[in-house]
Ligand binder design. Structure first.
Ligand SMILES: [Zn+2]
Length: 98
């Protein structure tokens, strides 16, 4: 089923929806907040150490070096997760100030 692109996208969307629904339930259960950031936020292209934004970051690149700060061997997924966390905190702080 995952070979059919349209069907694969639908399956992936349902899975994310299920995951999000479960996450919402758990956050309410534990009296926590959940915050979504823009799905187009370039989390993989931003160096989480210095903020430099790479022009391109093909999916095939799993580890990379930042040309600005010189950090070597940045793990794509760990870096993206740090950027998503930072962006979420930044947006929540803005919401609380306004
Ligand atoms: Zn950097």
């Amino acid at each position: 089923m995952m070979k059919n692109k349209k069907l694969a996208k639908n399956i992936a969307d349902v899975s994310w929806h299920k995951f999000y629904t479960y996450l919402e339930y758990k956050t309410k259960w534990y009296a926590r907040a959940i915050h979504k950031i823009d799905k187009w936020f370039p989390s993989s292209k931003i160096c989480s150490y210095c903020g430099h934004v790479m022009e391109e970051m093909p999916l095939s690149i799993r580890k990379w070096d930042c040309p600005k700060c010189g950090i070597k061997n940045i793990d794509r997924d760990v870096n993206a997760s740090i950027n998503i966390l930072k962006q979420g905190i930044k947006e929540l702080k803005k919401e609380n100030v306004a």
